[in-house]
Write a protein that binds this ligand. Structure first.
Ligand code: SAM
Length: 302
């Protein structure tokens, strides 16, 4: 019989009594576990099970995660694992898997490796032939997209735009070249800047600012590009909190030239590596190789 504290919707702790005869039965693997993005009650029961049973938890910030884990009675040892230490510690993670241990990777909020640390170690573990197992749950990206009312496919996730002005403009233009739904993350101190750029560059597109998802001040602001900056400036309190920005598909009719370019790119990509297909299409159409490469692969660099 095990006793475990559990969460109800309003983040209050309750005591759960359950029969659990399994002791560390998890096979060696890296478990990529989603954490709440605000509402602690969103921590999935399976996430609690796995986090209780692994030998070690790799946490982006042990203090942040420690609070929620303690509230559900998880006593598993944690070590810090963030973007600065990820590359250096990846080898130790593989060594630990070699010794037969099971490990969980968590970030401060949401799903690891989604604009959070984890991508490097996950690739390393896969290359070394060990299992990576998802324990799915909250993610600001899917939460915002799911309520946007915009088509989920095709959609393109850009995470955070660069912070430097020229790179920011360039990346935003690359994004806006896609006709489908677009999703961005943005920090509160840059949200007005992004709103201003959307007003100028995303003319005609519908925008959703998904603010403070799952939290007390959750707000879904549906607005048109052209009015974004003034919505924030009208009330400075609106700048507070966390945001996902979702743009509806471009309403502009696509020219036959755009269709031909897409077709050409697709045909070349069937026979050639993406960088070569992008380079040849760029030579024939004058569209930047970077934009075409990104269209093919979702990545900005070859
Ligand atoms: N891995 C996380 C996930 O699965 O969503 C994302 C981590 S990223 C460092 C943090 C960004 O995610 C924030 O700046 C914001 O854009 C978005 N975000 C996280 N929690 C959010 C929330 N509760 N409401 C709105 N956006 C959120």
């Amino acid at each position: 019989i095990s006793f475990r504290a559990g969460l109800v919707g309003n983040n209050k702790t309750v005591l759960i009594v359950s029969q659990d005869l399994s002791i560390n039965t998890l096979p060696p693997a890296l478990y990529v576990v989603a954490m709440p993005i605000g509402q602690w009650g969103d921590l999935a029961p399976r996430a609690v099970e796995v986090l209780s049973q692994v030998n070690l938890i790799l946490a982006e910030d042990t203090r942040v995660s420690g609070q929620i884990l303690k509230s559900v009675g998880i006593l598993t040892r944690m070590v810090s694992f963030n973007s600065h230490s990820e590359v250096g510690k990846a080898g130790k993670v593989v060594e630990s898997l070699e010794r037969g241990n099971s490990l969980a990777l968590i970030s401060d909020a949401g799903t690891p490796a989604i604009s959070d640390p984890g991508g490097f170690v996950i690739r390393r573990v896969i290359e070394c032939g060990y299992s990576v197992i998802p324990i799915p749950g909250p993610c600001a990206l899917t939460a915002a997209l799911s309520v946007s009312g915009f088509p989920a496919a095709p959609s393109h996730f850009f995470g955070f735009l660069p912070t430097k002005s020229s790179a920011r403009d360039q990346e935003l233009e690359t994004a806006l070249a896609y006709a489908g739904t677009l999703i961005f993350y943005e920090a509160p101190h840059r949200i007005v800047d992004l709103a201003k750029r959307l007003d100028l560059k995303a003319v005609g597109r519908s925008v959703l600012f998904a603010r403070e998802l799952t939290k007390t001040h959750e707000q879904l602001i549906r607005i048109n590009a052209g009015k974004c900056e003034s919505w924030f400036i009208d009330n400075p309190d609106r700048v507070r909190g966390e945001f996902v920005i979702v743009l509806g598909p471009s309403k502009a009719k696509r020219s036959s030239y755009e269709f031909e370019t897409d077709q050409l790119l697709a045909i070349l990509a069937r026979e050639l590596p993406p960088s070569k297909a992008a380079a040849l299409t760029s030579e024939l159409t004058g569209i930047s190789k970077r934009t075409l490469y990104r269209q093919l692969t979702g990545k900005s660099e070859a």
